[in-house]
Design a protein around this ligand. Sequence first.
Ligand code: XUL
Ligand code: CO
Length: 446
Amino acid sequence: MSAETFFANVDKIRYEGPDSDNPLAFRWYDADRVVRDRTMAEHLRFGVCYWHSFAWDGSDIFGAGTLDRPWNPATASGAAAALEPMDAARLKMAAAFEFFEKLGAPFFSFHDIDIAPPGKTFAESARNLDEMIDVAAGHMERTGTNLLWGTTNAFSHPRFMAGAATNPDPAVFQYAAAQVARCLSATHRLGGANYVLWGGREGYETLLNTDMRRELDQLGRFLNMVVEHKHAIGFEGTLLIEPKPMEPTKHQYDYDVATVFAFLQRHGLENEIKVNIEVNHATLSGHDFHHEVATAVNAGVFGSIDANAGDDRLGWDLDRFPVSVEQMSLGMLEILRGGGFTTGGLMFDTKLRRQSIERDDLFHGHIGGMDVMARSLLVAASMIDELDARRDARYAGWGQRTDILEGNVTLQQLHDAQLTGTEPTGVSGRQEALENLVQRHIERAR
Ligand code: XUL
Ligand code: CO
């Protein structure tokens, strides 16, 4: 079964340069090209997600699945519909690794339920997961693909309708804890670089029935237990919370990076957990992507990125492949300012539009996304020194006033000095000139 080919029309995707017209080639992502201090592959650390690309059939809340996915029993378009769930899971995994290898993505990510079918009991689900982890280990070894992160789906099953860690029922808390313990261990076995916690339903629909203080304390205890487990099993990857303001709940507790950082500090977790910033979640929270990166870098909790995009006209999580070099260049600039990725990377938490029904569309989406991110890296690398010099010059006056921030002067002393001091005059912020500078680098960076 694993010898089957799902993407027979596509060979290994290669770099052909910006002048290529081949839609199945990279025009900007040249893995071994050195940009500043590292190769493009090392800067970008691309990952493909299992869920939207291999486990989703194209259904939405108004309609049934549309996608041609012969490995997915839900689509009934191929062999998988007649298979036992574990055999279907193996088929799906063969398709996924064929795709990772042909695309040349160094990493992938999964939820537990993406790769292993749920059993009738937790024990059976756990056995299924363990079995599929062994299968995944074989594919990883064979193809050289690595795991960027694993995560637990504690939001889809009806038991989680009122949350997982924040559920009013401790039995659900226990179930979620068991699931995270198992999936974190599985991630450890596969040498995962990170483990992500997205609080899909850790929020509320109405405050009329919600004890917010209690729920936040439950979440704090839950995450402390996850940290304890990480150390107990010797997992050396990074734990990441993925902020999102809403959807599916009306309000999600991990609203944005600043909210998550305050929560981490309150629960003594700020040195243990970082953030996985998703571009479309940033815009849903009313922030720019680059704002969220800068906030995380400043707080010392920058971890990883889910590289996708929303739509200005639609107020929900679209998970489109990134298409805007300007938007992504500003994000990449803040990533470079923060020193780049350590364990994190750019994970395509992206899904095709449901009319893009052919299997090969998965390649077009990812090739475009990788090229946009690679080009954005080039733009960011090309403009960072010029922008940083301008930014430093703007604050140059502080070089003479270290006494203030070092705490060697009082409010009264500043008052007394100002009585005889000169009146400050402003200097131009030069915003438009800087925006023109960004455009110049977008036009010229190659
Ligand atoms: C949901 C989302 C998730 C997380 C992992 O909006 O982004 O797929 O990335 O659970
Ligand atoms: Co995500």
